[in-house]
Write a protein that binds this ligand. Structure first.
Ligand code: IMP
Ligand code: MG
Length: 181
């Protein structure tokens, strides 16, 4: 185990099984769509999850990315969300799946949903590897369509999740040791 981890919550194997299960569900739900769906990854945290997920989807899809950050690399969302990389695909009339690493307060995702809604897609759904419902802001009411694991109220790292931009490459998810914060 990496020395910054206090505990592993989800091993590489557990994550891969969950990703496979989610990819199957998504493929089946969208199999009869006339046009390829558009999967939009939320950078940078989505990267390992997004990459593993799309490889296991067996219907035609398009891929794009958005970057929106309400974090300044630390422990808490700043609440002030900026879209720092926009989407190049024409989303009008498309079926869209937004792919996140983790939903905590939900503030980042809500801003992204508003941004995409403005481009008149046919549908929008949300896929996240991790969901931390205890962190949800009272003002936010988001329906998560595809959720991997519900996680406790702790600061997590690994498999896309960072602390000050480090640990994204670790292939499992766990809790950071307090002395590394
Ligand atoms: P939200 O706006 O509070 O929902 O935050 C969403 C973003 O914050 C996610 O896409 C992550 O990048 C980051 N985040 C939330 N919780 C954690 C965590 O426990 N560890 C690392 N990053 C996190
Ligand atoms: Mg992030």
């Amino acid at each position: 185990m990496h020395k910054a981890f206090k505990e592993i919550l989800f091993s590489e194997e557990e994550i891969q099984l969950k990703v496979e299960e989610m990819a199957k569900k998504i493929s089946n739900d969208y199999r009869n769509c006339k046009e390829p769906i558009v999967m939009i990854g939320v950078l940078k945290g989505c990267l390992p999850f997004f990459s593993d997920l799309v490889k296991k989807i067996d219907i035609d899809i398009r891929i794009d990315y958005i970057e929106a950050s309400s974090w300044n690399g630390g422990l808490e969302s700043s609440g002030n969300v900026k879209v720092t990389k926009e989407i190049n695909t024409n989303l009008e009339g498309k079926n869209i799946i937004i792919v996140e690493d983790i939903i905590d307060s939900g503030i980042t995702l809500e801003k992204i949903l508003d941004f995409i809604r403005d481009q008149n897609p046919n549908s929008m759904s949300i896929a996240t590897l991790l969901d931390k419902p205890s962190g949800r802001d009272k003002s936010i009411d988001i329906k998560v369509d595809y959720s991997g694991f519900i996680v406790p109220d702790a600061f997590l790292i690994g498999y896309g999740l960072d602390y000050k931009e480090i640990y994204r490459n670790v292939p499992y998810v766990g809790i950071i040791k307090p002395e590394y914060i």
